[in-house]
Write a protein that binds this ligand. Structure first.
Ligand code: VG1
Ligand code: CO
Length: 543
């Protein structure tokens, strides 16, 4: 057995997007496809020699094979050790935690997150650095550059590594350490939240459902909610992970988490409902008959965080991605702390968290997190909500009503037009960009446009600049529309239209969102001519 040198040639389109490289599973299974990208990761970070990495994925189809390939390539490149979750499984936040806790040189996470899994669905891979966070743009640009010039890679020739039992084994000269994927993560959560208050909450009859959507959080939620906190068996639904997520779409929103929504709006609705995505970094929060938008959830968590022991000392600052509603900005203002606005994608929060400028951050796409790891964290958000509910002893609906009364309400919705022909989507954005300068001062659907621009971000920590991060149209009175193209899709282009309107209160705080946003929705179509340019009459998914 020995190291093999394999000749290869570049494969087109190996460019990481918002969150790593995401393609169809069959693309990843193609000759040299995974190998070329893994070799380019190792190349971009200056080699793997003597290094220690974390490795794991969300268990989707091809996860098991990809883990074996990556282990053999790491061994051939001289890596010292790879810490891998049992069965090749690690949720994204658990991987981030292990990278940090064990002081490693980074980690490789296998997931296409909320995209469906299976041989005819999607797969993905990304590299997280020693801080536990997704590689910054400068590093993903290097990876992409290397994929365009690759001529060969090295791989250890040997048998599969046994992933089923805990402990140390080897692959060539490299040590492979198989760890329990849940243990370290559960311990981290115990340090942040008041587990005895949460136990008392469940013991007192508080009811909840957690929909793991047949994805990676099943074992994590079962261990923490049912075993450690004493929630009754059955609290976790769809808790057994499967390679195709039970044939579903593991995206925690009211459209895809239909089963949970039906329970939460039904006659025997529990007090609290939550769901997580394929790799466990997203969350959906819903009270009895009360869905909480992710943007509002971030604002509520920021306003109440000090109720949890891990955040009792207060927040250094908060950050949200640009399209996320500005609800959290109001909370930051009231707390007298800074609110940062970053481009879409968790990698942009890394520097702010590392520099201690922010404690909480979030995205409208159901992602919330804190400085405890460098990824968004689904179960963490659920536990923080539970800790707040245990302390305040009122319902989710009451918390929301109280929040809006105090801070005003930012009505919010996102409309996605999926698998649009790439040419058409690009034309729509180009047309929009060309007319940005003329928009301010014009009246659209009865409201005056105050400002319009293409969002660019200057990182306050390392000074790097990221351009072309989405078009913003801001109206007088606080309404806003954002247009951008997704960087995680695998078919054509996905146009995302983010709609927001601001109501100060005390009147008009409890209208249905689609009704409250009617004018803004019409304004979005008038400005971007969505129907005409895409040929679509309505969005595919509304969240
Ligand atoms: C989407 C979301 C973004 C999120 C990203 C990765 O990106 O909008 O907020 O960070 O997915 O999330 P895009 O480019 O498709 O809009 V995950 O849970 O898929 O890693
Ligand atoms: Co995810």
């Amino acid at each position: 057995m020995s190291v093999l040198s394999i000749e290869t040639t570049p494969i087109e389109g190996q460019k990481p997007g918002t969150s790593g490289l995401r393609k169809t599973t069959r693309t990843f299974m193609g000759k040299h496809y995974l190998e070329n990208f893994v070799a380019s990761i190792f190349g971009a970070i200056g080699g793997a020699e003597g290094k220690t990495f974390v490795l794991g994925g969300d268990g989707r189809y091809f996860n098991d094979r990809a883990v074996q390939v990556i282990l053999r390539m790491a061994a051939a490149e001289g890596a010292a050790r790879v810490i891998v979750g049992q069965g090749g499984i690690l949720s994204t936040p658990a991987a981030s935690n292990l990278i940090r806790k064990r002081g490693t040189d980074g980690g490789i996470i296998l997931s296409a997150s909320h995209n469906p899994g299976g041989i005819d669905a999607d797969f993905g891979i990304k590299f997280n650095g020693p801080n536990g966070g997704p590689a910054p743009e400068s590093l993903t640009a290097k990876m992409h550059d290397l994929t365009t010039r690759i001529v060969g890679y090295r791989i250890w020739e040997g048998a599969d590594v046994d992933m089923s039992s805990l402990g140390e084994t080897s692959c060539g000269d490299m040590t492979v350490e198989v760890v329990d994927p849940v243990a370290d993560y559960a311990q981290l959560m115990e340090g942040l939240f008041d587990f005895s208050a949460l136990k008392a909450l469940f013991a007192g009859g508080f009811t909840m459902r957690f929909d793991a959507m047949h994805a990676v959080t099943g074992p994590y939620a079962t261990e923490i909610l049912e075993r450690r906190l004493g929630a009754p068996a059955g609290t976790v639904m769809n808790g057994s992970p499967s390679p195709d997520f039970g044939g579903g779409h593991p995206d925690p929103n009211p459209t895809w988490a239909k089963e949970l929504m039906a329970v939460m709006t039904g006659p025997d609705a529990p007090d609290f409902g939550a769901a997580s995505d394929g790799d466990g970094d997203r969350n959906m929060i819903v009270g009895r008959g009360a869905y909480v938008t992710p943007s509002d959830s971030l604002a509520v968590l920021a306003a109440n965080a000090t109720l949890a022991p891990g955040y009792a000392k207060g927040l250094a600052g908060v950050a949200r991605s640009m399209p996320t509603s500005r609800a959290v900005d109001r909370v930051a203002e009231a707390l007298g702390i800074e609110a940062y606005e970053t481009p879409t994608g968790w990698k942009f929060f890394g520097n702010l968290l590392d520099a201690g400028k922010v404690t909480l951050c979030g995205e409208e796409s159901a992602g919330t997190g804190s400085d405890h790891v460098r990824e968004k964290d689904g179960l963490w958000a659920v536990l923080l909500w539970l800790n707040i509910l245990a302390e305040r002893k009122i319902s989710v609906a009451e918390i929301m009503a109280d929040h809006w009364k105090t801070y005003g309400r930012n009505y919010y919705s996102r409309h996605d037009y999926e698998a649009v022909e790439t040419g058409k989507a690009n034309a729509l954005m180009e047309r929009l960009e060309a007319k940005l300068a003329d928009l301010p001062g014009t009246i659209v659907q009865g409201t005056t446009v105050e400002a319009a621009d293409q969002f660019a971000y200057d990182d306050p920590v390392d000074g790097s600049r990221s351009e072309g991060q989405g078009v913003r149209v801001i109206f007088e009175g606080g309404a806003r529309i954002v247009f951008r193209l997704s960087g995680t899709g695998t078919q054509g282009a996905t146009l995302r239209v983010y709609l927001e309107d601001r109501v100060e209160g005390p009147e008009g705080l409890d209208r249905p969102a689609d009704e409250a946003l009617q004018t803004i929705i019409a304004a979005a179509d008038e400005i971007a001519q969505i129907r005409e340019m895409t040929g679509r009459n309505k969005p595919d998914v509304t969240t």
